[in-house]
Ligand binder design. Structure first.
Ligand SMILES: [Fe+2]
Length: 355
């Protein structure tokens, strides 16, 4: 199944002007696709394939370094909130959530996700993007960002790509709000000063390139919306609302957006958090062969950014979603408190991201 691509350019061009019939239709498509699939492909003229390549080149270069170098950026005492998280730390929710395990057993065999036997085999780098509130009940640890030695353009590359992807998320969040019949800024006003995290992953396909290897076990993201640039190696599977499993193909120059648990809360389950996994598939193996022939890196980098609702904002069904029969399943809770609860389940308490 090919997911449709929404071009954000016409929406960005009108600014605060009138939407018109064509753009209203695009906003409806955005909310409908998010509701039905939990994933959306977009093209944003501000986020180019060159930007994505520059970022992935730097991260490949970083993950290629010897482990005694990359482990210098590890901050376990700060719960991996900044710097690198080595493989073997993050635990996929499907491994620890018994209710989820029961649901998996009930799924048709062909749609069942891979069952990891232990923690994820992926590395991750955490880099905060955007301003944080000076006065908050959920103070992030006051830790300096971690910059590896020998990467003079590290901060500039991380900040630049991070800000561009947040801009794309904001446009999608506005279009989705309009499509859901909410005020245009219903979501973006809650995202201001949120604990957004650029959190690229690195998976060593040279070491773990066997078909079926699980890099990120079946899970949902706990944040609002997640965005990634195109990865050089396929391997992401998503589950549609109807339970169907789909291998995602991101066209060159496009971005992939996935729904997290916070948008589910704000829409009282009209839009649900998208389940996904990253595994080595036969298409990944084809890409590994090609990369080997061309002498390219065998690290699979995903340029993931987790966009969050501000920690002090209250998560609760917005507007007409408050009248939904499911609204009682989504009681008001501070976003910061919600994140802490979720993280304690997946072994990352104190951190702000997930897969
Ligand atoms: Fe994820």
């Amino acid at each position: 199944m090919e997911l449709p691509v929404i071009d954000l350019a016409p929406y960005l061009e009108i600014g605060d002007g009138e939407l018109g019939a064509g753009l209203s239709e695009s906003c409806s498509s955005v909310s409908r696709i998010l509701r039905e699939t939990g994933a959306l492909l977009v093209k944003d003229p501000r986020c180019t394939a060159e930007d994505n390549n520059r970022f992935i080149d730097m991260m490949e270069n970083y993950f290629e370094k010897p482990r005694d170098f990359t482990r210098l950026q590890e901050r376990p005492n700060l719960h991996y909130q900044v710097g690198v998280t080595p493989e073997g730390v993050e635990v996929p929710r499907s491994l620890v959530d018994e209710e989820m395990q029961e649901k998996l057993k009930a799924m048709p065999k062909e749609f069942q996700p891979s069952r990891p036997k232990g923690p994820d085999r992926k590395w991750r780098y955490m880099w905060r993007v955007g301003p944080r509130p000076s006065n908050t009940r959920f103070q992030e640890l006051n830790s300096e960002p971690v910059i590896p030695e020998g990467f003079p353009k590290w901060s500039e590359t991380m900040d630049s790509w991070g800000h561009k992807m947040i801009s794309a998320i904001e446009a999608v969040a506005e279009m989705a709000a309009i499509g859901f019949g909410l005020p245009k800024d219903a979501f973006t006003s809650l995202m201001k000063q949120g604990p957004h995290l650029l959190a690229p992953t690195g998976s060593d396909l040279g070491l773990y390139g066997q078909e079926g290897t699980v890099f990120a076990g079946y899970h949902y993201d706990l944040n609002f919306l997640t965005i990634h640039g195109r990865s050089r190696f396929p391997g992401l599977n998503i589950w549609l609302r109807n339970g169907q499993k789909v291998q995602v193909k991101v066209p060159v120059g496009c971005l992939l957006i996935q729904t997290g648990k916070q948008i589910e809360w704000l829409t009282a389950g009209d839009c649900i958090a998208g389940m996904h996994e990253v595994i080595v598939t036969s298409r990944t193996i084809d890409a590994i062969k090609l990369a080997s022939d061309q002498n390219r890196s065998l690290w699979r980098v995903s340029s993931t950014l987790f966009a969050h609702i501000a920690s002090d904002a209250v998560l609760k069904p917005l507007g007409h979603f408050a009248e939904s029969p499911l609204a009682s399943q989504y009681p008001p809770i501070c976003a910061g408190e919600f994140v802490e609860q979720e993280l304690s389940v997946i072994n990352l308490k104190g951190s702000k991201g997930e897969s």
